[in-house]
Design a protein around this ligand. Structure first.
Ligand code: AMP
Length: 218
């Protein structure tokens, strides 16, 4: 099974990708996570990447090309994968098609999770990450804003730099300008599965499973 999970920042792609990954037993390839790991590794390239991410800009296609080719051609991805955060530009979509041709891969399911911009901004500004265990929460959804619901540590919530409202607005601008044209590209190639992202996590998962089942039987 090979899936692209697509949508503006914070529509819930990562959450759904993790669920699909464990259900289909295929790796969840989040390019954002890979880039954050590169930053944490502390090498020189990490400094360049860190600067780009903190401004909400896109990492150049040349860096992404190397990174995605290495990942998708690894043994880990032989039985399939879920791409979260890639492709983000038309050039990346074309590159992905070239990788598919080279690896003789065919079916690719394209899932788009859709919600309005105001909901996205609200979700992003309320997102916090636990500095102790990495758990991600939305402050709107938890009562105690001091305690991590996962590891129970107090006062560990931090805000990702790219979750500041100004940066979010810029990330959305970048999304509309460079990422939305990808939809046109895929529309001409295959069916796009559209999912309503305003529903609960469980409802969205159920909608995705039903849509994938239907698409597989076609
Ligand atoms: P994400 O975690 O998917 O929201 O990505 C966080 C940030 O990583 C984005 O705002 C971009 O700066 C960068 N990024 C992630 N994926 C890509 C990509 N495919 N191409 C360029 N930049 C990316």
């Amino acid at each position: 099974m090979r899936i692209i999970i697509f949508g503006a920042p914070r529509v819930g792609k990562g959450t759904q990708a993790k669920i699909l990954s464990s259900h289909y037993k295929i790796p969840h390839i989040s390019t954002g996570d890979i880039l954050r790991k590169i930053i944490d590794d502390g090498k020189e390239i990490g400094l360049v990447v860190k600067d780009i991410l903190s401004k909400g800009e896109l990492v150049p296609d040349s860096i992404m090309k190397e990174l995605i080719e290495k990942t998708l051609k690894s043994d880990n991805c032989k039985s399939g994968f879920i791409l979260d955060g890639f492709p983000r530009t038309l050039a990346q979509a074309v590159l992905l098609e070239e990788i598919f041709a080279e690896l003789k891969l065919e079916t690719l399911f394209f899932i788009r999770i859709q919600i309005s911009e105001n909901v996205i901004v609200n979700r992003l500004t309320q997102r916090r990450v636990c500095a102790n265990c990495g758990y991600i929460v939305n402050l709107n959804l938890i009562e105690n804003h001091d305690e991590c619901p996962s590891c129970r540590q107090l006062g560990t919530f931090t805000k990702r730099k790219d979750d500041e409202e100004e940066v979010i607005r810029h990330r959305l601008e970048v999304y509309h300008k460079t990422t939305a044209p990808i939809l046109e590209y895929y529309k001409s190639k295959s069916d796009i599965i559209i999912i309503d992202g305003r529903k609960t996590v469980e409802e969205i998962t159920s909608d995705i499973f039903s849509a994938l089942e239907k698409a597989q039987s076609n």
